[in-house]
Design a protein around this ligand. Structure first.
Ligand code: ZN
Ligand code: ZN
Ligand code: ZN
Length: 304
């Protein structure tokens, strides 16, 4: 693991329907606190001069505008659900202004889903202006290298014809970072394997309902962990409830020494930010002399 530190911005912290949810008049959906506006779960990580966006759901465009993003080196997908892939068409803006293909990293089954969702991106004769993606398959679940693609061709927009690749984009500095994929399960019973990722001191996990013992060693020495949580009081088939998320945070502190846990993928059923934060911080927790803090994340929050 490199000494470089990572900076993670929560682009979105909402569950698949987002908060506010369409047609809902509950106090959370009606709240005027910006921390209660939870767009679909995603994160942006800056590390070693490389910018990676983890997941691009239906709120991707809005998230890019809000954070004033002008450049992305890589899109890293956790799995193939629409709330994590539904915004990939909007990478077109980066194709246009950066004059480069968009580099997407995903597992082979996710690629198969993308071919079904976005057939026009994979056709031989593309309609002018469709997104230009370059897919990198993640086949080693223990290590992933992301680089600056310094050999990329230049993407040139020819009116009436669409994009053509020309020459070489030239003096882009060669940089790379090492990321650790973490194998987790989205459904109970060890079903639906998906990936989380560790960038230096930050572990980003979402849509997890089972964490296998074989993966704890990848978390050792990390400082922050994120985990999904959609409801309070009873288990959900594909997400942690609050009690399970707290148990997981305690385990991560106990087994890997991680002292800061942030909850994401939050639904309106989790209540308002202020109420949830107060509830979580009123419980003092410590493990083997180490304090453990558990807090809700919110859109725009930065960890570094
Ligand atoms: Zn999700
Ligand atoms: Zn609601
Ligand atoms: Zn999911």
């Amino acid at each position: 693991m490199t000494e470089t530190r990572a900076r993670l911005t929560f682009l979105g912290t909402g569950t698949s329907q987002g908060v506010p949810m369409i047609a809902c008049d509950c106090p959370v959906c009606m709240s005027t606190d910006p921390r209660d506006k939870r767009s679909r779960a995603a994160a942006m990580v800056d590390m070693g001069g490389i910018r990676t966006v983890i997941d691009a759901g239906p709120d991707f465009r809005h998230q890019m505008l809000r954070e004033k993003v002008r450049h992305i080196d890589a899109i890293l997908l956790t799995h193939n659900h629409k709330d994590h892939t539904g915004g990939l068409d909007d990478l077109r803006a980066f194709n246009y202004f950066e004059h480069k293909d968009s580099h997407i990293y995903c597992e082979p089954y996710v690629l198969e889903s993308l071919k079904g969702e976005y057939p026009y991106c994979f056709s031989e004769n593309k309609y002018p202006g469709v997104p230009e993606w370059r897919i990198h398959l993640i086949e080693n679940e223990d290590h992933l290298r992301i680089d600056t693609h310094y050999n990329d061709p230049i993407l040139v927009w020819e009116p009436g014809h669409g994009y053509v690749h020309q020459g070489n984009c030239g003096p882009v500095e060669e940089k790379h970072i090492d990321v650790t994929p973490i194998r987790v399960y989205h459904n109970r019973g060890g079903r639906y394997p998906i990936l989380g990722y560790r960038f230096a001191q930050i572990v980003y996990l979402t849509d997890v309902v089972e964490f296998p013992d074989s993966q704890w060693h990848k978390l050792e020495g990390a400082e922050y962990i994120t985990i999904n949580c959609v409801k309070i009081g009873s288990p959900h088939y594909s997400h942690f409830c609050l009690e399970e998320a707290i148990d997981f945070a305690k385990k991560a502190c106990d087994k890997a020494g991680i002292q800061h846990c942030y909850l994401t993928h939050l639904s309106h059923a989790m209540g308002k930010y202020t109420d949830l934060a107060e509830r979580l911080s009123s419980e003092n927790r410590s493990y083997e002399g180490r304090p453990l803090s558990i807090l809700p994340a919110y859109d725009g929050l930065v960890l570094e």
